[in-house]
Ligand binder design. Structure first.
Ligand code: CA
Length: 222
């Protein structure tokens, strides 16, 4: 397994993006780069990252809009916004719209790296809250808080399975993949169907959708 932290660098200034890519690779990151908001949104929704480094002024979709859309889809990867807009009001806007941290350009490389490390530490220890249809999954506590306030307790396997779906809300998972990642000791993919059934019984039919002939995916969020 590759244990390097995965970072998505979103920056339309190509020389700056390559500089950041080089710097982060030297620091041991696995780097993916997007030069516009559309691409950033696509990558953010389809791949898993440990941290996002996001410029604001971007072609296609503005950086904070990318972030808002990712958050709406349940992507909770910590994000550091890097922007030429560095007034306190700009920072407040960035933080209010879902960024965990905000750094103004021009920035100090050492400070940028330290802030990314801090986000990575926070990401690995904080209780992750992931959006699921009709509520929010607390990964550590294995509970789902319904929009109305009811709290439902999941078993360990139910929690693990729902977490898989919730971490990649648009991905379609094959039963074999779910078998490997959630029930590694089981041989029969039927166990996946059984646990999907348990989740639906607890959380409602639409919490997980069947994709005929392929597998399952998370239900549509709000
Ligand atoms: Ca820009």
């Amino acid at each position: 397994m590759d244990e390097r932290p995965r970072v998505l660098v979103v920056e339309d200034d190509v020389p700056l993006a390559s500089m950041l890519g080089e710097l982060l690779r030297e620091e041991g990151y696995d780097v993916e780069t997007a030069h516009d908001g559309q691409r950033a949104l696509h990558l953010g929704l389809t791949r898993e990252f440990d941290v996002l480094l996001l410029d604001r002024g971007l072609p296609a979709i503005e950086g904070l809009d990318v972030l808002v859309r990712l958050r709406r889809k349940g992507v909770s990867t910590p994000a550091l916004v890097l922007s030429a807009l560095g007034n306190p009001a700009d920072k407040v806007e960035g933080l209010d719209r879902g960024a965990e941290d905000y750094l103004a350009k021009p920035f100090d490389v050492g400070e940028l790296l330290a802030r990314l490390r801090s986000l990575l530490r926070r990401g690995s220890t904080a209780t992750a809250l992931l959006r699921v249809p009709g509520g929010q999954l607390d990964v550590g506590g294995r509970t789902v808080t319904r929009t109305g306030g009811d709290v439902l307790v999941l078993s360990e396997r139910e929690g693990d399975l729902l977490e898989q779906f919730a971490r990649r809300p648009t991905q379609i998972f094959g039963r074999e993949d779910l078998l490997l990642s959630v029930f590694p000791e089981a041989a029969d993919p039927g166990v996946v169907d059984t646990y999907v059934h348990y989740l639906r019984r607890k959380l409602g039919r639409d919490v997980v959708l069947t994709v005929r002939g392929v597998g399952y995916r998370l239900g549509v969020i709000g």
